[in-house]
Design a protein around this ligand. Sequence first.
Ligand code: TYM
Length: 321
Amino acid sequence: MRVLSGIQPSGKLHIGNYFGAMQQFVEMQNQDAECFFFIADYHAMTSVQDPAQLRANVEEVALGYLAVGIDPEKSVFFPQSQVPAVTELTWALSCVCPMGLLQRCVSYKDKVEQGLAPNHGLFYYPVLQAADIIIYDSDIVPVGQDQKQHIEVTRDLAIKFNNIYGDVLTVPKASIRENTAVIPGLDGRKMSKSYDNTLELFTPQGPTKKKIMRIPTDSTPMEDPKDPDACTVFTLLKLFADEAEQQHWRKRYTEGGMGYGEVKKRLFELSNETLDPFRARYEELKKDMDYVRDVLNEGGKKARAAADVVMERVRSAVGLR
Ligand code: TYM
């Protein structure tokens, strides 16, 4: 079984990326799967158009993957752009892609609604994502809920291509975990860099504590019962707490007499248990960027070799050989 996923280098990684996607990556890597994980630098060009910034973002995400436990001995780990053939496959898929399929893509519509002037890259983005997945014969794509539609587009394109050219491409499936499909941000909307509502993975304790203590809550008086399921603090606490601790806080909410300051403080402590080892490893790796670059180059070589196999099949199927 082949697993593949990617993350855009468009800013700092946050706990939405971790619980929605990266936690699955690490688990799958440590099971019996053949894993490919990459940094989607071609995708980031749709929004990051400062070359120094793009380079810095790629290094930031590379550190992030390694700090949460991606092991280059077990997974093929690389920047997307080290496999330029992916843009060639994008073209082949584009030629079987109906315009309507892309016009219906929510991520494109959302960005346009947010006031971003759409470039063609942004519109065409899901075809590049399909090529990312298909070029490694991927079976499973671990992602958060917001990527579901893109994986459906990928499946559609693989099936359309196969209908025309025969059984050439592997049709992948998304792996989305019910409890962590959409991690809420500090304001209760989906956690996202573009909403500025994130808890970052590697930011030190001090600023993280400030953010947690400022999470908006309702104005129920301290002595009254509160609804844990309507509270962002409780939703975030569930990510870090074991079952017994979750039950304890559920009871504290519903029986009343609990102030939000108390549960926020506990959320901060619990988050440190998960995030402190990531922060330490991130700081450690940052001191050896040459190692990180070597890892990416080695991963690039392995990824190119795997992509070549599929591209030869594709070229031959369409009549370019
Ligand atoms: P990106 O960089 O926006 O996000 C990376 C991963 O994090 C997940 N995620 C979340 N999950 C739950 N709750 C949240 N609040 C949350 N925020 C982010 C995303 O679902 C994603 O899994 N287009 C992709 C990158 C990409 C890709 C691919 C992914 C390019 N090619 C091929 C898979 C396969 C993206 O922008 O993800």
